[in-house]
Design a binder for this molecule. Structure first.
Ligand SMILES: NC(=O)c1ccc[n+]([C@@H]2O[C@H](COP(=O)([O-])OP(=O)(O)OC[C@H]3O[C@@H](n4cnc5c(N)ncnc54)[C@H](O)[C@@H]3O)[C@@H](O)[C@H]2O)c1
Length: 494
């Protein structure tokens, strides 16, 4: 089949390369000439594992080409996919469809013969009808059918997701369009991927409902994590304990700093707005959005607590900037909110990310970028894991301790078992994982950190931080004198 794809971003380029690899003849079009020039020299404009090789292979095979204009590149295509961005509209949070309609108008002007226009961009329910209307306005004679084919790939594993989808959702009303879509996806459906044919409105809504449900699941476990910290349970146990129930499933139950990325934040908000417009507000999703927004900045408070109550004048080392590992995408990354909140509170930031630093630079001010995790930790009062890159999963804690001002780890992704890191003399704060003293009466004795400052404000945290029964906690006498209290006589809160 001959396919044109408008928009060569994470979705358009991955889909284009994968369609070409399935044997179709594909032209990827983007109005950003720098992107296309970069692709023509064999360099992917963004980081996605395996993508550059796949693009190169299919260009060499003559199945994949690039263009900067719709004119001259859609005539003769069996299907034209729209994969342009649909960001949240500034001010009201509705999906901004201006790029979708701009592309639609141009396609309508230049398409020849029967052409299927496929919306791969995430668009609100009813958008296919609007696209059809725009086409009729622009070119009443055009023989075009509009299909909704939402995309479910995840950045970081996009190629594998595209090749092995759980389902392919295709919403259409014109049977000719349904036949074209079946032909396009036949190589995947042969491998038993389910092609789910629906009405267009259902297809559009499936995408939002899926993202909202996943965001809800993350938010649910995050709230359970907060309860765990107070109640003395480990959220990892809860996640496994409920996830093994097949009705619930283990995915999207990792507690953390709140969901981010290019899709969940904008799509949950857009769904909320759509539902309000229909007079059927989705209160669950409204609450999910609100909780998540608060949570990201709340993580800065968690870091301050680990630093003894304040980060003013302190240096915080951030490991991981992208919203998740294996992408350079900084859109909606929790690191942005966390770093800005820490800076507002007077912290200096050193940061390291394996691939995201270039994309982060224009978005953040006054951040010192490091060459590796150890360089980031130099002189820091706390080390914070914000993104769980594999590079951070086997850190040399004795080395980190020798470089840091105070050995404090805030593990916002629960990469480490806190007790393993405490063994190296670190004060550890994780998500939904209380100190093991609860119910046991003791935890291993830790080396001194400046957590003593926070002793009076939060005896519970003090017990977590210092670990141990009152008898085990020894406070240097000069610090006791400074505070005018004998902290060592205080029993940990139970
Ligand atoms: N990124 C994801 O993981 C993901 C997953 C599923 C669905 N989606 C949805 O897919 C859509 C695209 O997302 P993305 O992350 O690939 O966006 P992106 O910003 O990476 O890419 C969009 C591209 O479209 C180009 N573009 C915009 N207007 C154009 C026009 N008129 N003509 C030609 N090119 C144009 C831009 O230059 C850009 O390169 C969005 O609706 C998104 O919600 C994204």
């Amino acid at each position: 089949m001959r396919i044109a794809i408008i928009g060569s971003g994470y979705v358009g380029l991955v889909s284009g390369a994968c369609f070409a690899d399935l044997g179709h003849s594909v032209t990827c079009i983007d109005s950003d000439t720098r992107k296309i020039e970069s692709l023509r020299t064999g360099v992917s404009p963004f980081y996605e594992p395996g993508l550059e090789v796949l693009v190169h292979h299919n260009v060499e095979a003559g199945r994949l080409a690039f263009a900067t204009t719709i004119a001259g590149n859609v005539a003769g295509a069996d299907a034209v996919f729209i994969a342009v961005g649909t960001p949240g509209r500034r001010g009201d949070g509705h999906a901004d469809l201006s790029a979708v309609f701009a592309a639609t108008r141009e396609i309508a002007r230049h398409a020849q013969g029967f052409t299927v226009i496929v919306t791969k961009s995430t668009v609100p329910v009813g958008t296919s009808d609007d696209i059809e209307r725009v086409i009729r306005e622009e070119n009443p004679a055009a023989d075009i059918a509009v299909v909704s084919n939402p995309e479910f790939l995840r950045e970081g594993s996009a190629i594998s997701d595209f090749r092995h989808p759980d389902r392919i959702v295709v919403g259409f009303s014109d049977e000719r369009a349904g036949a074209v879509m079946t032909d396009i996806y036949r190589p995947l459906t042969r491998d038993r991927a389910l092609l789910l044919s629906t009405g267009r409105r259902a297809a559009e809504l499936i995408k939002y409902a899926a993202n909202a449900f996943l965001a809800l699941k993350i938010t649910f476990i995050n709230e359970i994590a907060d309860l765990c910290e107070e109640a003395g349970a480990d959220v990892q146990d809860i996640a496994r304990g409920i996830g093994l129930d097949k009705r619930i499933g283990t995915h999207f139950l990792q507690a953390g700093p709140g969901f981010g990325g290019s899709c969940f934040p904008k799509d949950t908000l857009a769904l909320v707005k759509t539902a309000q417009d229909y007079g059927r507000p989705l209160r669950l999703i409204e609450t999910t959005v609100a909780i998540n927004e608060q949570r990201k900045r709340g993580m800065a408070r968690k870091i301050a607590t680990a630093c003894g109550g304040s980060v003013r004048g302190k240096t915080v080392a951030i490991l991981g900037l992208t919203f998740k590992p294996n992408t350079d995408d900084m859109r909606g990354a929790p690191s942005l909110d966390i770093i800005r909140a820490l800076q507002d509170q007077g912290a200096a930031i050193r940061a390291f990310d394996p691939v995201g630093m270039e994309a982060a630079r224009p978005l953040l001010n006054d951040v010192a970028y490091a060459t590796d995790p150890y360089d980031a930790a130099r002189g820091a009062h706390a080390l914070v894991i914000v993104t769980e890159w594999s590079d951070f999963q086997d850190l040399d804690f004795p080395r980190l301790k020798s470089l840091m001002e105070t050995p404090v780890l805030v593990d916002l992704r629960n990469v480490y078992r806190p007790e393993d890191v405490r063994r190296h003399g670190f004060l550890v704060s994780a998500v939904g994982r209380p100190a093991p003293y609860r119910g046991l009466g003791f935890v291993p004795r830790l080396e001194w950190t400046d957590a003593w400052r926070h002793f009076d404000e939060s005896p519970r945290w003090q017990a977590v931080a210092l670990g141990g029964t009152a008898a085990e906690v020894t406070v240097p006498s000069e610090r006791r004198a400074l505070r005018g209290k004998d902290h060592s006589s205080r029993a940990p809160a139970a």
